[in-house]
Design a protein. Sequence first.
Length: 346
Amino acid sequence: MGTDSIAGGPGPRRGASQADVARIAGVSGQTVSRVANGARYVDAATRERVLLAMRTVGYRPNRAARALRTGRFQSIGVIAFELSSVGTTHTLDAIAAAAVEIGYAINLVPVLDDTDDAVRAAFNQLGEQAVDGIIILVETHRLDGVTVPEGLPVVVVDSSAQYDYPIVDNDQAHGARLATEHLLELGHETVWHVAGPELSFSARRRRTSWQATLEAHGRVVPPVLPGDWSTGSGYEAGLRLAGDEQVTAVFTANDQMALGLLRALHEQGRRVPEDVSVVGFDDMEEAAYFWPPLTTVHQSFDEVGRRAVDTLIREIHSTEHEEQEGLVPTRLVVRASTAPPRSTTA
């Protein structure tokens, strides 16, 4: 009976073909192939029409067959440290969006153990998953001594060290200089700093630039208050700073610590910006809604993600390795948390 039921039932369902997509989209089969392969020279309107037709008929490109023909897998590996940080989260979002736009898949491998073995394991894992190249979001680990699989293109998101790979990042040092100079130009004698974690490359860049800026202007460099990116560490630093009347300006290494700092100052009766001016770093979405709204350094995580993908694709298709550094400009966003010190406004 089972045989009769099978024989009398419908035959195997034919999968949608490129010809089906081409007919519905009103384009040639070659155009469908170009869109399926992520080619960049298809105009946006045509690409969207073809993608809509693919979704309508349920067409799925055969990646395995394409890999056999081209030697490429249309897949990008991403190794990421510090997944919880604002910068990493936003950059990952931008990388994923840029990759999808050109028809590439993303394989994410988080590195939770900051050791050479953990980084090697991440490279090995991506090598086994057949990726065309790798983007590394570096935060606390230098790649010295870690061997990348031969012939695999790599792009590093980190401006803190020189690697034998293309580098893309926000200009951390420039942003910290803008923050510090803004406070000095308002008339503050010096600027205190709540730093990020000691092992963080971006925190080091901001701290070094803050100190260099003060020294370049002939100002006293106050002791650094250590933080760990968290709101709680900013709050603790704020409690320590609030009791010192000499403290009139503070630059925090990120917005989350600035939020904790603002709360501590408020609790201790120090008004912002009348008594203490505060500048953050990142320009997270919530910064405009702090009280008072936070002056901060804007980082373009979207642009960094897009440039990282664009640079990697160039590396994948290039016959020669190109060492280059692509720093995305940072800018100061002035809001209500900064003002001249009271002594200069009296």
